[in-house]
Design a protein around this ligand. Structure first.
Ligand SMILES: C[S@@+](CC[C@H](N)C(=O)[O-])C[C@H]1O[C@@H](n2cnc3c(N)ncnc32)[C@H](O)[C@@H]1O
Length: 420
C-alpha cells in the first residue's frame, strides 16, 4: 500500500514518525517536515513501518549524509540531519524524558557534543562464505552482514586494522557461519575478541592457533581472545600484554572486553562533569565502577570505595596503585544494593549503571542521608525513572549535563547531581 505521509517527529530510535488515527507509522531516514511516498507494512512487534519510495518534500533540517555507506549501513541513524537539528534533538530527548516524570533540574549545564571518528570500541559483524570473509556491520534493518571498509565513527587505526582482518580471519572463522569481531584500542594498542564459531568444528584447532599466532604479528596487537557465544567468558588465545588504561593516577591493566567509555574525549567530558560536582575533599563511593574510569580521578580528592560485579574488573582495579586509599568491592548491586546506612557514610556517591539503570540500588540511596549523589547514565528512560525515585526520597535535582559521544545515533549520555 503506497501513501503520502508527513513526518511529524522523530521516535526514540531516530526513525521519523507519522502520527495517524490508526497509530504511528515509523519511517526511517526521514525527518520532521518531510513528506514522503512510502510503502506501508506491518513490521516487528506489529508496528506500522513505511519504506520511502520517494521524497516528495524535503524537511528544512535535511543535510547530505557525510558517509558513503550511509544508505546500506545500519550503524548510524541520523547523518541525514543538519547539525543544528541533531544537537537540539539530542538535548530534547533528555528534556522530554525529564518532563514526562515532572522533573526540572535547577541548572542545565552546557551540553557537550563530540566530533565523530573517535570510537575506540567497535564490534564488526563477520561472515565467511566460500572462503571469503565479509567484515563490516549489519545492513540497515536486517541481519545481513555487509562489507564496510570505511566508517566515519570509528577510530581510523581500527579501520586500518579491519583491512588486515579481512584476510587474517579467513583461516580462523568457520565456513558458512557468522561471528562478532570486537576491537578495542588504547594508546595505539589493540585487543581483539572473536565471538562465535571458529575452526572446522566451531572451536579452536591447530590451524586456528597458527592463524591467530600469525595475526598477533600485526604491529600493535596486544591480545586476541575467543568465546563461543555472547556472555561466555573469553579465552585468551594469545597475549603480548594487556591493554593499559590510565584513570587519574591509576594505571589499570584492562581485562578482556573491559568496559571503557566509547571515546577518549567522551571519557574526559564525563569525568570532567563528575569532578566539577564532586566536593574538593571527602570520602566517596563509585557504584558500578567498571575498571575505574571515575574511581581514579576521584581518588585525587579523597578515599574511594569502588563497587562492581565483574570479578576481572574488580581484580584489575584492586591491583592498580593509587595515591589515596582505594577499596574495591565485588558486589552485585542489583541483588545486594548498598544500603541506606552504608550510603550515609559517604560525602558523595557516583553511580553509573548499565542501560537498565539501577532501580533497587537507587531506592536504597533515596532513603539514605548521603548529601550528594551524582548519576551518570547512557539511557535517559531508565535515568528519569531512577531520578524520580531519588526526588521522591527527598533529593533535589540540582543539575543535568548532556554529553553526546554516540555521534549520529539515538544514544545520549548525561551527568546529573542530586542533593539532600
Ligand atoms: C556503564 S558501565 C560503567 C563503568 C564505569 N563507571 C566506567 O565509566 O567505565 C556499567 C558498569 O556496571 C557494572 N554492572 C552491571 N551490573 C552490575 C551489578 N548488578 N552490580 C554491580 N555492577 C554492575 C558493569 O559491569 C559495568 O562495569
Amino acid at each position: 500500500m503506497l501513501e503520502d505521509l508527513l513526518i511529524h517527529e522523530l521516535g526514540p530510535l531516530g526513525d521519523g514518525v507519522h502520527r495517524s488515527e490508526r497509530g504511528h507509522v515509523y519511517v526511517d531516514r526521514t525527518l520532521p517536515g518531510d513528506v514522503v511516498r512510502a510503502k506501508i507494512h506491518e513490521g516487528a512487534g506489529g508496528l506500522l513501518r513505511g519504506d520511502v519510495i520517494e521524497l516528495i518534500d524535503a524537511s528544512p533540517h535535511r543535510a547530505k549524509a557525510p558517509c558513503a555507506n550511509y544508505d546500506v549501513c545500519g550503524g548510524c541513524t541520523l547523518q541525514h540531519a543538519s547539525d543544528a537539528f541533531y544537537l537540539a534533538w539530542k538535548v530534547g530527548i533528555v528534556r522530554t524524558a525529564l518532563e514526562r516524570k515532572s522533573l526540572v533540574p535547577k541548572v542545565w549545564h552546557e551540553p557537550v557534543f563530540l566530533p565523530a571518528g573517535r570510537r575506540r570500541r567497535v564490534t564488526f559483524a563477520a561472515a565467511k562464505k566460500n572462503n571469503i570473509v565479509t567484515l563490516g556491520y549489519f545492513r540497515r534493518r536486517s541481519h545481513q552482514v555487509t562489507d564496510i571498509a570505511s566508517c566515519l565513527t570509528a577510530d581510523p587505526p581500527i579501520m586500518d586494522l579491519r583491512a588486515k582482518l579481512v584476510t587474517a580471519l579467513v583461516p580462523i572463522l568457520q565456513e558458512g557461519k557468522t561471528a562478532d569481531i570486537f576491537v578495542q584500542t588504547v594508546g595505539g594498542r589493540f585487543e581483539i575478541v572473536i565471538t562465535g564459531p571458529i575452526g572446522k568444528k566451531g572451536k579452536p584447532d591447530l590451524a586456528v592457533h597458527e592463524a591467530i599466532a600469525q595475526l598477533a604479528q600485526v604491529p600493535g596487537i596486544n591480545r586476541i581472545s575467543w568465546r563461543p557465544r555472547e556472555h561466555a567468558v573469553p579465552e585468551t588465545m594469545i597475549e603480548v600484554g594487556p591493554l593499559h588504561a590510565r584513570f587519574g593516577a591509576l594505571d589499570v591493566a584492562l581485562p578482556s572486553l573491559a568496559f571503557l567509555q566509547p571515546t577518549e574525549a567522551g571519557e574526559r567530558a564525563l569525568v570532567a562533569a563528575v569532578m566539577e560536582l564532586l566536593p574538593q575533599t571527602g570520602k566517596f563511593a563509585d557504584l558500578f565502577s567498571g575498571c575505574g574510569t571515575f574511581t581514579g580521578p576521584m581518588l585525587a580528592r579523597g578515599p574511594v570505595d569502588a563497587f562492581e560485579v565483574i570479578g576481572t574488573c574488580v581484580r584489575a582495579l584492586d591491583k592498580a596503585k593509587g595515591v589515596q586509599p582505594l577499596k574495591v568491592v565485588q558486589r552485585d548491586l542489583f541483588r545486594k544494593p548498598l544500603q541506606p546506612g552504608e550510603a550515609g557514610r559517604y560525602d558523595a556517591i557516583v553511580f553509573d549503571p548499565p542501560r537498565a539503570g539501577a532501580a533497587d540500588q537507587v531506592r536504597a540511596l533515596a532513603a539514605s542521608t548521603a548529601p550528594l549523589i551524582i548519576g551518570v547514565s547512557c539511557n535517559p528512560a531508565t535515568f528519569v525513572r531512577d531520578a524520580r525515585t531519588l526526588v521522591d526520597g527527598g533529593y533535589s535535582l540540582e543539575s543535568v549535563k548532556v554529553v553526546d559521544q554516540f555521534t549520529w545515533s539515538h544514544h545520549v549520555e548525561l551527568v546529573a547531581a542530586f542533593a539532600k
